[in-house]
Design a protein around this ligand. Structure first.
Ligand SMILES: Cc1cc2nc3c(=O)[nH]c(=O)nc-3n(C[C@H](O)[C@H](O)[C@H](O)COP(=O)(O)OP(=O)(O)OC[C@H]3O[C@@H](n4cnc5c(N)ncnc54)[C@H](O)[C@@H]3O)c2cc1C
Length: 332
């Protein structure tokens, strides 16, 4: 669909191909990270003494067919000098460090998400998370446009928000591939990074980036939580204790009022936006940033990102509800 829509898929060609497999072996290989495997070449065993799992660098980058047991045996011999009597594969696959991103996530009625929008090496385990977050960012917007609640230009915010996130994942995975290269200069870089990551601040920064928990969409200046994921607070409500994540389970917009109970009236949006008067003791803790002041009112989108923050009497709430969840008139 991406190709049929002439959407560019720009980036960097593969420099390395890895084979990955789950197999039985006659001989017991040494378990753990194996530098001979090209830096990420671990040999592991499934829990309870099940089959072996192997990742190893291949000599050739380009391949025409699917990998076979013979290919795996040859690659093991080339890497370790033996194939350990490999047999009975559960599965054999391969991946590369090809790094590409769609120039546009939207072309008219064609919308790209997941690996169709971005491919990158698996270092850091970020592909699935990024793809699922694409889909969750897009899903509620599509539903509102299809139902006529929102103008179709709401769909353009999907590219605006998610393309930079994908670009950053591509960037950090390329850096990680460079880090695991086996030559002495890259080894020196690895040692330097290991030293840097022994410190709390850099470690928090990298953990926030790899987990995607530090993502902030640009909704302008304001409270630090604006544009970020709403923290999963333990709340007290009139219906008893609950968590923010529980209130978001039905995938609908949520307005949390920590100000005076009953002080807000959003009846023109009551069919779309759930209003909950809530209480929470203590500071809010955000990933990477740490403790931030607790605001009175937050408007949370169905994807868990905070669309508006303010006081109960602040101007701008009505505009924010209309921007994200459709004009009030469309209910009538
Ligand atoms: C070795 C390796 C390790 C990884 N480790 C991690 C990890 O630890 N953590 C992580 O988050 N990610 C990891 N990833 C990445 C993750 O697997 C992918 O990012 C994720 O699976 C992409 O999901 P997707 O739904 O976008 O695409 P896919 O999983 O590729 O799904 C696309 C589906 O569409 C189907 N399809 C294709 N064309 C058509 C068509 N014309 N009609 C109908 N159906 C079609 C395909 O058959 C497929 O089922 C890893 C990837 C690799 C290769």
């Amino acid at each position: 669909m991406r190709k049929a829509s002439d959407i560019d898929f720009v980036g960097v060609e593969a420099s390395t191909s890895w084979m990955i497999a789950e197999v039985e072996m006659e001989d017991e290989p040494e378990i753990g990270m194996r530098p001979e495997g090209g830096g990420i070449g671990p040999v592991n065993r499934a829990e309870g003494g099940g089959p072996f799992r192997v990742v190893l660098v291949e000599r050739e980058v380009d391949h025409s067919g699917d990998p076979t047991l013979e290919d795996l045996s040859e690659a093991l011999v080339a890497t370790y000098g033996t194939d350990f009597g490999v047999h009975s594969p559960t599965w054999i696959s391969r991946f590369t460090d090809m790094t590409r991103q769609a120039g546009s996530y939207r072309q008219g009625r064609v919308l790209l998400a997941g690996d169709a929008a971005h491919v990158h090496p698996p270092q850091g385990g970020q592909g699935l998370n990024t793809g699922v977050q694409d889909a969750v960012n897009l899903g509620w917007k599509l539903a509102q446009v299809v139902k006529g609640i929102s103008h179709e230009n709401l769909l353009d915010t999907y590219h605006a928000e998610r393309h930079p996130v994908g670009a950053r994942v591509l960037h950090n995975t390329m850096a990680q591939v460079a880090l695991v290269s086996a030559d002495p200069r890259h080894k020196a870089l690895q040692d330097t990074m290991t030293g840097v990551l022994a410190m709390d601040e850099p470690r928090k920064h990298i953990a926030g980036m790899l987990s995607g928990l530090d993502i902030r969409y640009d909704f302008g200046e304001g409270h630090p939580v604006l544009g970020r994921r709403m923290p999963d607070l333990d709340l007290e409500t009139d219906d008893g204790p609950t968590r923010v994540s529980t209130l978001l389970h039905d995938g609908r917009p949520l307005l949390l009022n920590f100000g005076e109970c009953g002080s807000l009236d959003i009846s023109p949006w009551s069919d779309r936006v759930r209003l909950v008067d809530a209480r929470y003791e203590g500071e809010w803790e955000l990933p990477v940033l740490g403790a931030v002041g607790s605001p009175q009112v937050v408007v949370i989108r169905p994807d868990g990102h905070v669309a508006w923050v303010g006081e109960t009497k602040a101007v701008g709430l009505v505009e924010a509800l209309a921007t994200w969840f459709g004009a009030a008139e469309s209910t009538h």
